[in-house]
Write a protein of this length. Structure first.
Length: 468
């Protein structure tokens, strides 16, 4: 009979209510809107090193070691690991101990009257070892553990996502800083050039060879360049402060490496939608969130079924300390208890409905994350190509404007035109030079966005740095 009961308990313990996990099916396009011939392995390399700037490489390494967002993300993983350990512990018997010594006084008028001459004051010494085990008949704890395990995986992917984001942010921020540095150089050089022109025109105005109109035109040109310098100086300082925070430092100066025009142009990685879904941390995190929500349905449904618990107690109890260790002071108990719901007036049903709705929400969120991942990658691929075309066109326009400015000044000095033509040409050149640097920085940033969108195995390669 006991053997039969044991078999029944084991069989019931193997039951797990609720839906089993199934990988969600996602419809992905057969190819990107723009394709490239390069190997997909490019996306798995430390792509920021392809810019060829050792200072940038060191900044990325410093950020991986010191960034505060990474510290927080690692701590979140540890929190979920602790919760998983706590949940899994419920699958096994729990052992404990207790002990107490008390001084008591019995009532003469209690339910059980004391015999005449009995001492009302007495001592009581007790000690016990206990064990309890709630048998997981219908898989409630196993579903809880499955959910907790998925949350651990999700938090780990979240941490990997922070690694990806930190590397991309530091690289983009550094390139933006070098672009601002170059624009500041252009503004200062232009200011100096215009200041020289203004000095010449002021002398000519005093000599009566140029009018006040022409002198004012040259001064307005100079003031425009002069006003641009403090604006770029402010942006440089703000960008340094931003990078300092990403590096886990107090706001301050940032080391410089190569000028932005000398940075190499990394190769454009190729990839398929299927491989994208396998390596993007946010997609994997959303998938694990869906898995946790799916397991929670089983936890809620298990409330419909009875629970079986076993409790055992073995101890000693004596009113005399000298008799405490004798076998005659031994006590013990073994209790098997079963409990279950009859009428909950929709309480359990509500929990199941809530869990199922949460699972549908998690599924929709996962599908949205996948769509956003595909959009991010297509946007970045298109952006890289179009920004290269835009930068090439701007570079040619800048060369043409340099010729135009030189020729217009020569024409003016020869007396064949007014200074308005020179003013227009040089202003256009100044704006084109600034726009060219800005577009070059955008082109590099779009390539960084592409590497970020693809995920890539490089996250695992730098992961040891982020764990220190």
């Amino acid at each position: 009979m006991k053997f039969t009961v044991l078999i029944v308990v084991v069989v019931l313990a193997a039951c797990t209510v609720g839906p089993d996990w199934q990988q969600p099916k996602v419809e992905t396009p057969p190819a990107w809107r723009i394709g490239y011939a390069q190997a997909a392995e490019v996306a798995n390399t430390r792509w920021w090193q392809a810019f060829g700037d050792p200072v940038l490489d060191q900044l990325v390494e410093d950020a991986l070691r010191e960034n505060r967002d990474l510290v927080q993300a690692a701590a979140r993983v540890e929190q979920f690991l602790g919760a998983l350990r706590s949940t899994r512990s419920q699958l096994y018997p729990q052992f404990g101990y207790s002990g107490n010594a008390s001084r008591n006084r019995a009532s003469e008028n209690g339910v059980s009257a004391l015999p005449p001459g009995t001492e009302r004051n007495y001592s009581l010494y007790q000690a016990a070892l206990g064990a309890s085990w709630q048998i997981d008949l219908f898989g409630r704890v196993r579903r809880q553990a499955e959910s907790a395990q998925a949350q651990v995986y999700a938090s780990e992917q979240g941490r990997r996502g922070v690694v990806l984001s930190v590397v991309a942010s530091v690289t983009t921020g550094y390139i933006a800083l070098r672009a601002l540095d170059r624009q500041l150089e252009i503004a200062r050089a232009t200011e100096k050039n215009y200041a020289g022109s203004l000095s010449i025109f002021e002398l000519r105005h005093k000599g009566g060879t140029v009018s006040e109109l022409e002198r004012s035109q040259v001064e307005s040109q100079y003031r425009q360049a002069q006003a641009a310098v403090p604006g770029f100086e402010r942006q440089v300082a703000e960008q340094e402060n931003l990078l300092s925070v990403l590096l886990g430092r107090n706001p301050g100066a940032i080391a410089r490496g190569k000028p932005i025009e000398e940075l190499a142009d990394p190769a454009v990685p190729a990839g398929l939608p299927a491989s994208l879904l396998e390596r993007r941390p946010d997609v994997l995190q959303a998938e694990q969130g869906l898995r946790a929500a799916n397991a929670t349905i089983g936890v809620a449904k298990s409330l419909y079924f009875p629970t079986l618990s076993l409790t055992g107690l073995l101890g000693l109890s004596s009113t005399s300390l000298s008799d405490f260790a004798k076998s005659s002071s031994g006590t013990g108990a073994l209790v098997a208890a079963v409990s279950g719901p009859i009428f909950t007036f929709g309480g359990i049903q509500g929990q199941v409905a809530s869990a199922e709705a949460a699972e549908r929400e998690a599924l929709a969120f996962y599908q949205q994350v996948v769509l956003n991942a595909l959009r991010d990658t297509n946007d970045a691929l298109i952006g890289v190509q179009k920004l290269r075309e835009e930068y090439d066109a701007l570079a040619k326009r800048t060369l043409a404007l340099r010729r135009y400015a030189r020729l217009s000044r020569a024409k003016y000095e020869g007396g064949a035109s007014s200074y308005l033509e020179v003013l227009y040409a040089e202003n256009e050149l100044f704006a084109a030079e600034l726009a060219g640097i800005s577009t070059l920085a955008q082109r590099h940033a779009e390539l960084i966005n592409l590497y970020k969108a693809l995920g890539g195995g490089w996250v695992d390669a730098v992961d040891p740095l982020a764990r220190k």
